[in-house]
Design a protein around this ligand. Structure first.
Ligand code: SF4
Length: 94
């Protein structure tokens, strides 16, 4: 397996952990541009991503349940984890 192939299939990695690339930069620019009214507050966002990092469904920054990049899905306050794994984090920070 080449180094690039191992990066593509990084289990439990978020995009930012997979190095500098256009997808990562575009995604974070999009998140930064979200209206504050819809964007998830930082502490809750980080807690959501911590849940994803502990989830067997995360693969190369993507949730295999919903097909979303979790860093983007978690950035929108109204979004939910398809398996409700963010629910108690929502209660703590929401
Ligand atoms: S959104 Fe939910 S199901 Fe998907 S990777 Fe995150 S915790 Fe797992």
């Amino acid at each position: 397996m080449t180094a690039q192939e191992s990066v593509r299939a990084c289990r439990r990695c978020l995009l930012y952990e997979m190095g500098e690339n256009a997808d990562y930069q575009n995604l974070y620019a999009y998140i930064e541009g979200l209206d504050e009214e819809i964007r998830t507050p930082r502490p809750l966002y980080e807690e959501r991503l911590a849940r994803c990092k502990g989830c067997d469904l995360l693969l190369s920054g993507m949730c295999r349940a919903c097909g979303c990049f979790v860093e983007l899905r978690a950035a929108v306050l109204a979004n939910r984890c398809p398996y409700d794994k963010w629910q108690d984090a929502q209660k703590r920070f929401g």
